[in-house]
Ligand binder design. Structure first.
Ligand code: IPM
Ligand code: MN
Length: 359
């Protein structure tokens, strides 16, 4: 039985509400015989705190967060703070400074969840996207000149170096091998845009081919990102593991989220395999639903389960997943939207209770 210290950041909007349900489920799962010993410490980093104090997060606090075994995050984004400030100052800063260079986003359709794709079943939608999480356009290289004139120029540069590409690919190949051991096909698809991004795309493609020689059991495939969007809708069963650069990964993981039933269930992990990783529901702070007890907590609950898996507590993680799976199969929710949560009469807290009771 492992013992772990977890930092908890509820964040903005509905973040604190969904994190509360995730903690409820984690505590229930931990209390089962043989469960891990979990200690949670809550932090109030958020738009509200920023508006009150003028500070988003201090250097010392970042360092402190880096000493935890993992971080559970609710949501970042406050309509009363201009766009970009909290995203860059909190979410991206944590990803960068804790060197969480992988963004792992499973796309899995549970039984009982309506899929917007015609005739697709749970067996057809079961893949993971490995999104590079610290490089590319997100590094912030570029600038603006001649501002405010008709000749204004703005650049935002896609930056990649071989080490950043290689460490992401290595994680993706290892993930593919891990799934292969559990009966999946062992196929890894690189997604890029090599026909236009002939510098960055070429770097990724060559590194992918070279590393592939070290993994003879992994079947390699390549898709341009535009084609990938089409295949994800038409034939999601083609995918096992997808690896891609940061911005393409941002975009295709929202597409992934909707084909697994929506933001109500989509979770992700910002992973530093050698350091502190951070798990989050990938939907936003949903300000219009804040405090109404209608936001779906399943994504935050899934983030909690991913966190346990990452910590090596696979058995407990599986208990949570099985409970989620049974709950969804019971079809008490007509879909995973806030409207359906409200209509079900369960509310955010009722869903948390149901999952916690089922672990
Ligand atoms: C995500 C989000 C973030 C991103 C934003 C909020 C900065 O969209 O986690 O996918 O672009 O990575
Ligand atoms: Mn996104």
């Amino acid at each position: 039985m492992g013992s772990y210290r977890i930092a908890v950041i509820g964040g903005d909007g509905t973040g604190p509400e969904v994190v509360r349900e995730s903690l409820k489920v984690l505590r229930a799962a931990a209390s089962v015989t043989g469960g891990p010993d979990l200690t949670f410490n809550e932090y109030d980093f958020s738009g509200a705190r920023y508006r009150r104090t003028g500070e988003i997060i201090s250097d010392a606090a970042i360092k402190e967060l880096g000493e935890y075994d993992a971080i559970l995050l609710g949501a970042v984004g406050d309509p009363q703070v201009p766009p970009g400030i909290l995203e860059k100052g909190l979410l991206l800063r944590l990803r960068f400074e804790l060197d969480q260079y992988i963004n792992l986003r499973p796309v899995r359709l549970y039984e009982g969840v309506p899929c917007p794709l015609a005739d697709k079943k749970p067996k057809d939608v079961d893949f993971v996207i490995v999104r590079e999480n610290t490089g590319g356009i997100y590094t912030g290289h570029g600038g603006t000149t001649r501002k405010g004139t008709p000749e204004e120029i703005a650049t935002q540069v896609m930056v990649y170096d071989r080490r950043t590409v290689d460490r992401c690919l290595e994680y993706a190949f290892d993930t593919t091998m891990g799934r292969r051991d559990r009966g999946k096909p062992g196929k890894l698809t690189l997604v890029h845009k090599t026909n236009v991004l002939t510098n960055c795309g070429d770097l990724w493609f060559r590194a992918f081919e070279e590393m592939g020689r070290r993994y003879p059991d992994v079947q390699r495939d390549y898709n341009h990102v535009d084609a990938c969007c089409m295949w994800m809708v038409k034939n999601p069963e083609f995918y096992d593991v997808v690896v891609t650069e940061n911005m393409f990964g941002d975009i295709i993981t929202d597409l992934g989220a909707i084909i697994q039933g929506g933001m109500g269930i989509a979770a992700g992990g910002n992973i530093n395999p050698q350091g502190t990783s951070m798990f989050e529901p990938i939907g936003g702070s949903a300000p219009k639903y804040t405090g109404r007890n209608v936001i779906n907590p399943l994504a935050a609950i899934e983030a909690g389960s991913m966190m346990l898996s990452h910590l090596g507590e696979h058995q407990t993680a599986r208990r949570i997943e099985a409970s989620v799976s049974r709950f969804l199969a019971s079809r008490r929710l007509k879909d995973l939207s806030a409207g359906a949560v409200e209509e079900s009469g369960l509310g955010t807290t009722g869903i948390g209770d149901a999952i916690a009771q089922g672990v």
